[in-house]
Design a protein around this ligand. Structure first.
Ligand SMILES: [Fe+2]
Ligand SMILES: [Fe+2]
Length: 167
């Protein structure tokens, strides 16, 4: 692909991805405010942005075999663990930004588990098998990721069992 087109599509992919994410959270907020029809509109348009992002990603050749896709995940999570979040966390600390100190800590802790899971998953997929995984629990406060039963208390943020969402 020509350089300018690729750059434009990457920017568009990033923008659509962020809009998708923002609208999801805006929908939750609208629900909290009792504005359920506004929430529905946010969710619908969020889905359209997901479609747009997917189209851009496809044209960018960003969706390949699952084995290759998992490798993309391993690379991304590893970068976040080794470089990005430690630096962001240190910056937030240095600048006394407690909210950012907390959110970067939450993400860093979860990314460690994600990288680990993806590495194991890639081994299985490359053997020609599907992954074997039990119930997956995600903490809705901090993103802590674990297999099996939800814990009584999140080991990362202290949230209670009912804050976990099962997949
Ligand atoms: Fe992650
Ligand atoms: Fe948590």
């Amino acid at each position: 692909m020509r350089v300018m087109t690729e750059k434009a599509l990457n920017d568009a992919f990033a923008g659509e991805s962020m809009a998708h994410m923002r609208y999801q959270h805006f929908a939750d907020k609208a629900d909290e405010e009792g504005l359920n029809e506004m929430a529905r509109m946010f969710r619908a348009i969020s889905y359209a942005e997901l479609v747009h992002a997917g189209n851009h990603l496809e044209v960018l050749d960003g969706i390949r075999s699952t084995s290759d896709n998992i490798q993309t995940c391993i690379d991304g999570e590893t970068f976040e663990i080794d470089e990005m979040y430690p630096v962001y966390h240190a910056t937030a600390k240095q600048q006394d930004e407690s909210g950012a100190v907390r959110s970067t800590h939450y993400a860093l802790e979860a990314e460690k588990i994600h990288a680990d899971w993806y590495k194991k998953a890639k081994e299985a997929v490359d053997r020609g098998e599907d992954v074997e995984v039990g119930d997956i629990q995600i903490c809705s406060v901090c993103g802590h990721t674990r297999e099996g039963e939800a814990p009584d208390k999140c080991p990362i943020c202290g949230a209670s069992k009912d804050k976990f969402r099962q997949f």
